[in-house]
Design a protein around this ligand. Structure first.
Ligand code: AMP
Ligand code: ZN
Length: 481
């Protein structure tokens, strides 16, 4: 880098915003991110279907989205993040066939669909907290936005995109030219995929439900009046209605797992752009790759044998942040294999990182922004701004920790990086053995009584156990030699 570019880069780094490249599924290219409104980002991430606990695969997707959001914030953007809670309308078959997952969950547990939704929404929010995922600015439940969904369907009906069959109102996908623009699949292939679940009455295999009627003679737990009859919304309409309501008819980024590309997101685009007439509805579409169980076993909520944060980690006494650290080590567009061995090695890796950070913290206070090493900050920014290359950013963090910079500088810089990594590097206190803590207490009493001889003896004992005592204005501290 020439001196001039270094100076510019430093200026940019210290000012915040600089070039950020993201892989856009819509164009299949890494593109420079340019928000619609200067300095602001509208972000919508498809949330959980709350009929069961989230599994670690689902959580991988939310971790990727959290990293994206943190990278945007680190670059100086103001982010408005909206996440939905799917509490109605997601059927066991993704193509509007089968049972409502919520009603199925209710039957399984002998509760109402409403109770199921409330219980698993709460569990989900607890999970993401444990993973240090920043909460969205707005949570929205599909059942709270029935009116908006009906309004959107009415617009589509008026414009001639819909038709009615015996079980609901459907979107006619042949009415639009670019139905396959997100999936990049030939239409024939999409149609063939859609034929797996057949509804003979649909005009085209890819057509999807906007509103489904409650089955004749059956009262559903969740159903509403509509201009077309009593029923409930289709799966994709909630995301279109709620994102438009909170982020506008055009916004910046929409995310989910790769499984959403061909159906859910493709249908969201079709109905949103047809209703508003504005294209593109969303500028950047980002998708996270799947987490697979080692050995190729599929992880799905519907299988009932999946790994949750609780049974995979917490029950075994493993800090959930170990899973966050494991996820950070694989780029979000690469499939990741889950195994106990991988978790074990992530546990060791994170413990090592905590020890490195603690060593810097012993005698130092974070002096904040002015003390950050700009050369390393630029390297770190380059990695994260290259389509969220966190594995590389972690390597930069290691390079920093092993460098010969003063500890004070390393500390401020690593704590700055942790704004993106979210590993709580500054908050992990060293675990002091009970025996050492007890000796420290006894020494404090001896000092209060001005029994210096006893106090010195206790210091020696502590040092023999491999710890150092430091007397400060607020009492004494012990740390590993
Ligand atoms: P759901 O609760 O089923 O609607 O899914 C919630 C999120 O998890 C969606 O963004 C899915 O794309 C994503 N997802 C589902 N299975 C996996 C998996 N095995 N690995 C990563 N993400 C997944
Ligand atoms: Zn969605």
């Amino acid at each position: 880098m020439s001196q001039q570019t270094t100076a510019n880069a430093e200026k940019a780094a210290s000012n915040g915003v600089r070039e950020l490249f993201l892989y856009n599924t819509l164009t299949r290219k890494k593109e420079e991110f340019k928000p619609i409104k200067r300095g602001k980002v509208g972000l919508y991430t498809c949330g959980p279907t709350v009929y069961n606990f989230a599994h670690v695969g689902n959580l991988r997707t939310y971790l990727f989205e959290d990293i994206l959001k943190r990278v945007l914030l680190y670059n100086g953007y103001k982010v408005k993040h909206v996440m939905n809670i799917t509490d109605v309308g997601h059927l066991t078959g993704d193509r509007d066939m089968g049972e409502d997952k919520l009603e199925k969950g209710a039957a399984r547990e002998g509760k109402t669909a409403w109770e199921i939704a409330e219980f698993y929404t709460k569990a989900f929010k607890e999970d993401i907290k444990k993973l240090n995922i920043i909460e969205p600015d707005i949570w929205c439940k599909a059942t709270d936005y029935i009116k908006e969904q009906i309004e959107l369907i009415k617009k589509l009906e008026k414009k001639g995109y819909t038709y009615k069959i015996s079980d609901g109102i459907y979107f006619n996908t042949t009415k639009i030219k670019d139905y396959n623009k997100l999936s990049h699949q030939p239409l024939e292939k999409l149609r063939a995929g859609a034929r797996v679940e057949v509804n003979e009455e649909k005009k085209n295999p890819t057509d999807f439900a906007l509103w489904k009627f409650s089955p004749k003679g059956e009262k559903r737990q969740m159903e509403w009046e509509s201009p077309w009859g009593i029923g409930f919304p289709g799966w994709a309409i909630e995301c279109s209605a709620m994102s438009i309501k909170h982020l506008g008819e055009r916004f910046d980024i929409h995310c989910g797992g790769v499984d959403h590309i061909n159906i859910h997101h493709t249908n969201e685009i079709a109905q949103s752009e047809s209703a508003t007439g504005k294209k593109p509805w969303v500028r950047y579409w980002l998708h996270g790759e799947f987490l697979n169980i080692s050995g190729g076993e599929k992880m799905a909520k519907s299988e009932g044998n999946f790994l949750t944060l609780e049974n995979a980690l917490i029950k075994k006494g493993i800090d959930p942040l170990v899973y966050r650290f494991a996820v950070l080590q694989t780029h979000y567009r690469k499939p990741m294999e889950y195994s106990e061995k991988a978790i074990e090695s992530s546990k060791n890796g994170l413990e090592h990182l905590y020890n490195q950070a603690r060593e810097l913290g012993f005698r130092n206070k974070d002096l904040g922004i002015k003390n950050i090493d700009l050369r390393f900050k630029i390297k770190f920014l380059k990695a994260i701004n290259d389509d969220l290359n966190i594995p590389k950013a972690l390597a930069v963090a290691q390079e920093l920790l092993k460098s010969d910079l003063p500890n004070q500088k390393k500390l401020s810089t690593i704590l700055d990086f942790d704004k993106v990594l979210g590993l709580n590097l500054g908050k992990k206190e060293e675990k002091i053995p009970a025996e050492v803590e007890e000796l420290k207490k006894q020494r404090e009493t001896a000092r209060k009584e001005k029994n210096w001889k006893e106090s010195d003896k206790l210091r020696e004992k502590i040092e023999k156990l491999g710890y150092i005592v430091e007397d400060t204005q607020d009492g004494s501290r012990v740390f590993k030699k």
